[in-house]
Design a protein around this ligand. Structure first.
Ligand code: PMP
Length: 354
């Protein structure tokens, strides 16, 4: 606490990212990073971009990258906006689309824990949509009056997906609100809503290259939507920092998107490993929430999640524990390589046996 802080900064409760410890080598299954390196073409592209042009500011619109992404999704360049990771895009959405003195926005009771942080920071009221004991969201909750809607599909930290039909119903029944669909994990399961964009001017799909493209370190996300929504985001960006995505990130991201063969190979490996690990955990007596993402949300009938988290940490395996109502008996475990997951499964077995 400092007397120089504003009242706002004194009162905020910032988001706490998963730890990036330096004390020893861990099997790191706590922040949903991809265990495989990015496409070798990404490193080539970044190397080629590392030249004398670094003295120049980057293209504030990331035009070439927008073109690649538009082509990838069958959209137009004007439907694409690039950000410094999808967290930045989500943050920009608040001042762009949600009124501080307006009706509450809606998001699920159990979802990405950054959403309430943004809402509080931007002074936007929110109402939580309940989830049942299987972490299914009461979708009817999205058909009530609101000032905007934020849905993670698949959801985090549960991994639960919504069908495209349900997503379309949410978007279609809320023509007065912007519906933000956070598809950070969609490449690991489920169907993207990007195809709905030409028909729904109130839909914004937010994506990231951090997970399925192995580029958490490069900080690139993108939003897809009607050109008026994209312009709203640009107005926010250009009131804060025009150059959010640097030259190397723009070059690397393009190369990643263009290497579809590598993308397909790594993503299918993760999906295969996820399904194997889910089965192995189920046979060890765990409750495993069926996951459409690159992580699994698991609970043991007798071993408290906090103890299992601590036991795993001692054995050099890091997972994520949320000390929050309804989920404090669960651990979120990112899917690593097969070797990582064998080490994890062995450690879990030893802890649960002792
Ligand atoms: N949305 C969800 C649901 C996430 O879990 C994350 C990762 N923490 C993000 C968005 C942000 O990802 P990034 O900023 O790396 O694109």
């Amino acid at each position: 606490m400092s007397r120089y802080w504003t009242e706002k900064v004194k009162n905020i409760k910032p988001y706490v990212p998963g730890e990036q410890p330096k004390d020893r080598a861990y099997v790191k299954l706590n922040t949903n990073e991809n265990p495989y390196p990015p496409s070798p073409k990404v490193q080539d592209a970044i190397r080629s971009a590392t030249d004398e042009t670094l003295r120049l500011y980057p293209d504030p619109e990331s035009g070439a990258l927008c073109e690649s992404i538009a082509a990838h999704f069958g959209l137009k360049k004007k439907n694409v906006f690039i950000g410094n990771g999808s967290d930045e895009l989500l943050a920009f959405c608040f001042p762009a689309f949600f009124e501080p003195a307006g009706k509450p926005i809606l998001f699920a009771e159990i979802t990405y824990s950054f959403y309430p942080v943004y809402a509080d920071f931007f002074g936007v009221a929110y109402r939580l949509i309940p989830v049942d004991e299987n972490f299914n969201v009461s979708v009817d909750g999205y058909f009530s009056e609101n000032g905007g809607i934020l849905v993670a599909n698949p959801n985090a930290p549960t991994g639960k997906g919504l069908t495209l039909e349900i997503v379309e119903t949410i978007v279609g029944r809320n023509p007065e609100s912007v519906v933000i669909l956070d598809e950070a994990y969609i490449d690991f399961g489920g169907t993207t809503a990007a195809g709905l964009i030409p028909r729904y001017p109130n839909l914004l799909v937010v994506r990231t290259l951090s997970k399925s493209y192995s580029l958490a370190g490069l900080r690139v996300g993108f939003a897809l939507g009607h050109e008026d929504l994209i312009e709203g985001l640009a107005r926010v960006r250009d009131s804060i920092n025009s150059y959010t995505v640097d030259r190397l990130a723009q070059a690397g991201a393009r190369a990643a998107l263009e290497d579809d063969a590598y993308f397909q190979e790594t993503r299918s490996k993760i999906v295969k490993t996820r399904d194997r690990v889910s089965q192995a955990l189920t046979s060890q007596g765990f409750r495993v929430i069926p996951s459409d993402a690159n992580f699994v949300f698991i609970s043991h009938p007798s071993m408290p999640a906090r103890s299992l988290f601590a036991g795993l940490r001692e054995k050099g395996v890091l997972v994520r524990y949320f000390d929050k109502p309804k989920i404090d008996q669960y651990l979120r475990v990112t899917i690593g390589t097969d070797d990582d997951m064998d080490r994890f499964l062995k450690a879990v077995e030893e802890i649960c046996r002792s």
